[in-house]
Design a protein around this ligand. Structure first.
Ligand SMILES: *Cc1c(COP(=O)(O)O)cnc(C)c1O
Length: 374
């Protein structure tokens, strides 16, 4: 049996009526940029996020660096994040002209290790950017406490965890702003690119709203800015999909439980760790192959067997060729956990429409490999 990694088209077929109706509504309205559908989606997304404001943007990377820019963070300033994230987290810091300070992750959650943050703080530090990696929240309570002590901003990179929650906190509740991505493969994804920033801070909202539209607040009136708008057609698609995001995440959680139950007896893997009391939304179901040198062989075994597994991410940021390309960056402490994760992680197929028989086929393949390892 062939098992795909993503189920974009399956999801579209399930929601075709709603999605097509919203696209049609936008086309017939004649308003495609900063129009009524964008306004509607921004209202819906702010309500869903439990924040006062949501600003639709062109993508998730822009959401991070426009937030930094709105906070006045730029050249000479430092932002702390973990070395084992998707590249865009650090990239956004560089686009803002600031210095990316990379620290290690927690070995279990793979999110930033709060215990390593204080050693990275200098008088130049302005912000911490925790990433809710794979669909699980970073330890925001600990991060907020450190930020308060040192008077730092916190910007959550929530590209992977819409609908997740921590143990006793919500995403967006303990930060200054939260960036998200709606590229198709994310838990809430459009047919293309887009993103958003959510915040409770009216000043950040006003600044980012202006920055995304050529620094304009009225026709022909400009101050410095960019073009980073979320198109109304995408807003319509996202509005339809937002209605079922919790259902989709519940499905991911159920499928993750099925993987975990099926793979419990495997000797050669560590299964994903879930923080007790937290809601993990399994953007990715990531296995740790324990022996890093075996990871690539295992990936090939699965791919050859028709299972579209992938790695997220097999090269830590500071190990990318040419790093840091003349940008300002530094690493603090050893990045052992981040490097180990890059070498040993495998993501199994995961999307809400994945069928039980497909999960079982993946489990069977993984167990076959497990047995071959003795
Ligand atoms: C996807 C992603 C981004 C970037 O989002 P884009 O919309 O592709 O710009 C940033 N951070 C993380 C952790 C991501 O997974």
């Amino acid at each position: 049996m062939k098992v795909e990694f993503y189920g974009h088209v399956r999801q579209y077929h399930n929601l075709k009526k709603e999605i097509d109706a919203n696209i049609q509504e936008v086309i017939e309205s004649g308003q495609y940029v900063l129009g009524p559908m964008l306004k509607r989606f921004e209202g819906e997304f702010a309500a869903y996020s439990g924040t006062k404001y949501a600003i639709g943007l062109a993508n998730g990377t822009d959401a991070i660096w426009l937030a930094l820019m709105a906070l006045g963070i730029g050249p000479g300033d430092e932002c702390i994040t973990n070395a084992n994230t998707f590249f865009a987290t650090a990239e956004a810091v560089w686009i803002a002209g600031a210095t990316a300070v990379l620290i290690d992750c927690d070995p279990k959650t793979k999110c930033i290790d709060p215990a390593k943050i204080e050693a990275a703080i200098t008088p130049k530090t302005k912000a911490i950017i925790p990433v809710h990696l794979y669909g699980q929240c970073a330890d925001m309570k600990a991060i907020r406490a450190i930020a308060d002590k040192h008077k730092l901003f916190v910007i959550e990179d929530n590209a992977q965890a819409i609908g997740a929650a921590g143990n006793g906190f919500k995403i967006g509740e303990l930060s200054d702003a939260t960036a998200t991505s709606f590229i198709i493969q994310k838990n809430l994804g459009t047919f293309g690119d887009s993103g958003a920033l959510v915040t409770n801070n009216p000043d950040i909202d006003a600044k980012v709203r202006k920055l995304r539209n050529h620094g304009s607040t009225a026709r022909n009136v400009h101050s410095f800015g960019f073009n980073s708008r979320l198109d109304d057609i995408h807003a319509g698609i996202l509005s339809a999909k937002l209605k079922v995001i919790d259902k989709g995440n519940d499905s991911r959680r159920r499928l993750a439980d099925r993987y975990t139950a099926g793979l419990k007896g495997a000797k050669h893997f560590t299964l994903p760790y879930v923080v007790p009391g937290a809601r993990h939304v399994f953007h990715l179901y990531v296995l740790d192959t324990k022996v890093a040198s075996k990871r690539d062989g295992f990936l090939k075994f699965l791919n050859d067997g028709g299972i579209d597994a992938k790695t997220h991410y097999s090269i830590a940021i500071h190990k990318q060729e040419g790093y840091p390309w003349g940008k300002n960056s530094r690493e603090v402490g050893t990045l052992t956990n981040a490097e180990y994760n890059a070498a040993s992680c495998i993501s199994l197929p995961m999307f809400p429409e994945l069928r039980d028989d497909e999960v079982d086929a993946v489990i069977a393949k993984v167990l076959e490999w497990d047995k071959l390892q003795g």
